[in-house]
Ligand binder design. Structure first.
Ligand SMILES: Nc1ncnc2c1ncn2[C@@H]1O[C@H](COP(=O)(O)OP(=O)(O)OP(=O)(O)O)[C@@H](O)[C@H]1O
Length: 615
């Protein structure tokens, strides 16, 4: 039976429909525009001169009609004709220069904004990424950046140029004949009101479309990443229907935008045409009565006609500026997101990170100590209990502690607290006596090395993936890490450790990926090692070999190893049992087997709480 899927907006922070004006949003681009301000000004001036030179053409026409044409002066006609040619060439040349001034600098602006967004995404805490759908972030880094660059290239320049040309043209028209000019500019009043109404409605629709674009990207990304699961469960049609429904929503919003624009366009084009018709009729009567010359009427009408583009372009210039303002808002929603403790954050390449390389002052070899640690996920239901509620644990220096507990008891969460992937809500965690909050993040993450349950590999070579754990480590360390992780299979790959793996490269099995992730964790010979069920995807034979090699690594480090099965527990000196947000028992495997009924159940797998706790 197939169910009709409802399009789901991906989880994202509450909608922040713009409460302030588009101008205020766009002004926030100033830090990026500032370095290219002179080139942008030169580009605007070129476009302005080009447009103004086009405005002189009607005046030349007036002179031709009232002068050489009226007096049959062929010599004068050639002169004026030449002037028209020069003006035309000037216009073309200046418009060409406009592009030349900004093409490269604008590409640089886009590059810098992309780089800043990427750096910010890397710095933001994991809890931020838990809240935001990846498609929303992808669309900000791609289509929103493109919208902003295009705005700086065209609408920004032409909003300034066309307004100036419009005002100059109106001035010329008043100079030629104030009565006709008055009739022509009368529609400006309802147009201004209409534009402000349009701005509000269009801005809401533009925001919705850009968010829906992000939702669509999320569905697409999930479908591509989960294609095997979708196919094997025969759910690809359901997902396709969800994608279509999401695309349908976006289409509706785009159509709404088009309708709004079409309505505005109809009025923007219709009203001035009407006014022009009336002024033409009045002008003809004036010429007939001799109160104005035929040349003045020709000049007036040509000026009015050359103002058509500045007026007609208003619709899409406003629409595009609105989209750019929305894209800017969306960009700054990420850029403004600040980790609560951003002050002590360190980024590689900054001065702070130089300090981060200083060794942690450790007078004692105290190992890992957690005291009264409390933690709950920021998006956990308000009425739920803390996931970790006053947890105490001491892993002695050089010791390997296995962490066991029912599924969902918080083992993975606890491991993520050590390198501060999440911030604790209470208590303290120390490494060799130093509070982890006092250790710069970059240094902390050098000290604590992790292998996650889900081994992610990047589109890079095997050696690049492994050396991510210690960029300065050499070939020898790489080979040793591969040996420890029993990843000798790497040597049989087409290009050995230089073979490309990950999404763009060779597909590896789950066990092979897990071994590379393990090699990545141990390559830097870290002081503290955190392994989240590192052997789960290995066959019994390989598991025994990895365990054997891992014992040597664990002997020289302080380690916390999440374990689901007895064989992994055997690697540890002692075992800690996590239950109800606390460590309820600590001891050797045998001690706990004797003293803790809960541990016995867990290790025997008798209590299959939800069928997935242990083998
Ligand atoms: N990012 C998150 N945001 C909110 N809740 C989360 C998040 N990650 C995990 N949880 C919840 O926290 C609880 C503990 O999850 P955790 O992954 O730490 O358990 P675990 O003991 O490692 O489980 P397992 O043995 O199955 O790996 C679970 O109820 C889970 O739903």
């Amino acid at each position: 039976m197939s169910t009709q899927p409802e399009p789901q907006p991906s989880p994202r922070p509450p909608d922040r429909n713009r409460k302030h004006s588009a101008t205020r949003s766009l002004l926030r681009l100033w830090p990026y525009v500032r370095p290219i301000r002179w080139r942008l000004t030169a580009s605007t001036v070129s476009a302005l001169l080009a447009s103004l030179s086009a405005l002189v053409i009607p005046l030349v026409l007036k002179n031709i009609v009232d002068g050489p044409v009226a007096h049959r002066d062929t010599g004068g006609l050639w002169q004026q004709g030449l002037l028209l040619l020069v003006l035309g060439l000037m216009e073309a040349g200046l418009f060409g220069m406009r592009r030349w001034f900004v093409a490269r600098p604008l590409a640089d602006v886009e590059l810098r904004m992309r780089a800043d967004l990427y750096a910010k995404l890397q710095r933001l805490p994991v809890s931020f990424h838990d809240r935001w759908a990846s498609g929303q972030l992808l669309s900000r880094a791609t289509s929103d950046m493109y919208t902003i660059r295009l705005f700086l290239a065209f609408p920004l320049v032409f909003l300034i140029v066309n307004s100036s040309v419009f005002l100059t043209g109106i001035g010329i028209m008043f100079g030629l004949d104030w009565q006709l000019a008055l009739i022509t500019v009368l529609p400006a009043v309802p147009l201004i009101l209409l534009c402000s109404y349009f701005e509000r409605r269009y801005s809401a629709a533009a925001r919705l479309a850009q968010d829906q674009n992000g939702d669509l990207a999320t569905v697409l990304e999930e479908s591509v990443l989960g294609i095997r699961i979708l196919k094997s469960f025969g759910r690809h049609r359901t997902m396709a229907a969800r994608y279509r429904a999401q695309a349908e929503l976006l289409r509706e919003t785009e159509l709404k935008k088009a309708r709004l624009l079409a309505d505005l366009w109809a009025v923007i084009v219709g009203l001035p045409e009407l006014a022009l018709g009336v002024s033409l009729a009045v002008g003809v009567v004036q010429v007939a009565h001799g109160s104005t010359t035929a040349g003045t009427l020709v000049g007036f009408l040509s000026t009015a006609l050359s103002l058509r583009w500045p007026v007609e372009s208003l619709g899409w210039l406003l629409a595009y500026s609105n989209e750019a303002a929305t894209a800017t808002d969306r960009f700054y929603e990420v850029m403004d997101a600040r980790p609560a403790d951003a002050a002590d954050d360190t980024v590689p390449g900054t001065e702070a990170s130089a300090d981060a390389r200083e060794p942690v002052v450790t007078s004692t070899r105290d190992g890992i100590r957690l005291e009264g640690v409390r933690f709950r996920y920021p998006d956990a239901p308000a009425d739920s209990a803390d996931l970790l509620s006053g947890l105490d644990l001491h892993v002695r220096s050089g010791e390997t502690m296995a962490l066991v507990g029912l599924t969902g008891s918080g083992k993975t969460t606890l491991t993520a607290l050590l390198p501060r992937l999440y911030e604790i809500d209470g208590g303290r965690i120390t490494l060799d006596g130093t509070n982890i909050r006092e250790i710069p993040r970059a240094r902390l993450r050098e000290l604590v090395s992790m292998a996650f349950e889900d081994p992610t590999l990047f589109s890079a070579s095997v050696s690049e993936n492994v050396l991510m754990g210690a960029p300065d480590a050499g070939e020898e360390a790489l080979q040793r890490a591969l040996d420890v992780a029993q990843a000798q299979f790497v040597r049989t790959l087409p290009e050995g450790p230089a073979t490309q793996v990950g999404e763009q490269g060779l597909s590896l099995s789950g066990g092979q990926r897990q071994r590379l992730a393990l090699a990545r964790a141990v390559v830097g010979a870290p002081d503290f090692l955190v392994l989240d069920d590192p052997l789960s995807a290995l066959d019994v034979h390989t598991e025994a070999l990895v365990e054997q090699a891992l014992r040597q690594v664990l002997a020289g480090t302080t380690a916390l190893v999440v374990a689901h099965r007895p064989s992994t527990v055997q690697l540890a000196d002692r075992v800690a049992l996590l239950a109800d947000g606390r460590i309820t028992a600590v001891g050797t495997h045998h001690e706990l087997l004797e003293s803790s009924p809960e541990y016995r159940e867990l290790m025997s797998g008798e209590r299959a709480e939800d069928g997935s706790l242990v083998r």
